[in-house]
Ligand binder design. Structure first.
Ligand code: ITT
Ligand code: NA
Length: 214
């Protein structure tokens, strides 16, 4: 049985809607280290939770990165939602000329086993300039490196670009009312529509492709 480690019911709903595999929510308060890196946070959570439950686990660490605020709130998105709130984040972005933003999700999987690293494509960067190759790497929507730490963790990432707008819609959770993609806010989409384009949906689709054939 796959355990999804989270206290966030909105995430659970999206994961259960997307994955064919049976998933059980596992509420476990893992150490959320202060880190700029979603991977580090997710990997720590996956290792701790695996040690606790002894069965396969996934952790989703995600965040909203606003261009004009240099990527804020990013890894601090949960803290900012709890303190400042979604409406006031919109007020902060409203006067800015550039409203562009991205949601990012890292799904970390741990089952106590070891995973093969996927080899880098041999032609990476050959037909592209170094700047573009670097940009592609930093905005990579797929990545499945292996952490060299004690317990192996496999990562699946998803990114979705959008715009910060005045709140609209009552679906979803968190920052969904102020994140617009393709003319609709995430809070105006149903779960399937959101999963088809969202950061979490993209990361989970990559995870599912790997998990269901392994
Ligand atoms: P767990 O750590 O227990 O999984 P969390 O809500 O604390 O739940 P994160 O630490 O990953 O999750 O923080 C992510 C923050 O970004 C949190 O404020 C979420 O509400 C927000 N967020 C993440 N994905 C989102 C989405 O799809 N739509 C809206 N807000 C999202
Ligand atoms: Na959290």
């Amino acid at each position: 049985m796959l355990h999804f480690v989270t206290g966030n019911a909105g995430k659970v709903h999206e994961v259960q809607s997307l994955l064919d595999a049976e998933v059980e929510q596992f509420e476990f308060d893992y150490t959320e280290i202060q880190s700029q890196d979603l991977r580090e946070i997710a990997a720590r959570g996956a290792r701790e939770a695996y040690r606790e439950v002894g069965e396969p686990v996934i952790v989703d660490d995600s965040g909203l990165f606003v261009e004009s605020l240099d990527g804020f709130p990013g890894p601090y998105s949960a803290y900012v939602e709890d303190t400042v709130g979604v409406e006031r984040l919109w007020r902060l972005v409203e006067p800015e000329a550039d409203h562009s933003a991205a949601f990012r999700a890292v799904v970390a999987y741990c089952d106590g086993g070891e995973f093969e690293a996927t080899p880098e494509p041999v032609d990476r960067g050959e037909r592209r300039g170094p700047d573009q190759a670097a940009a592609e790497r930093s905005s990579a929507t797929t990545d499945d490196q292996v952490d060299a730490d004690d317990l192996s963790v496999k990562f699946f990432e998803g990114v979705v670009p959008g715009e910060i707008v005045a709140p609209r819609g009552d679906g979803g959770f968190g920052y969904d009312p102020i994140f617009e993609h393709g003319g609709q806010t995430f809070a105006e989409m149903d779960t399937e529509q959101k999963n088809a384009v969202s950061h979490r949906g993209r990361a989970l689709a990559r995870f599912a492709e790997w998990y269901e054939q392994s």
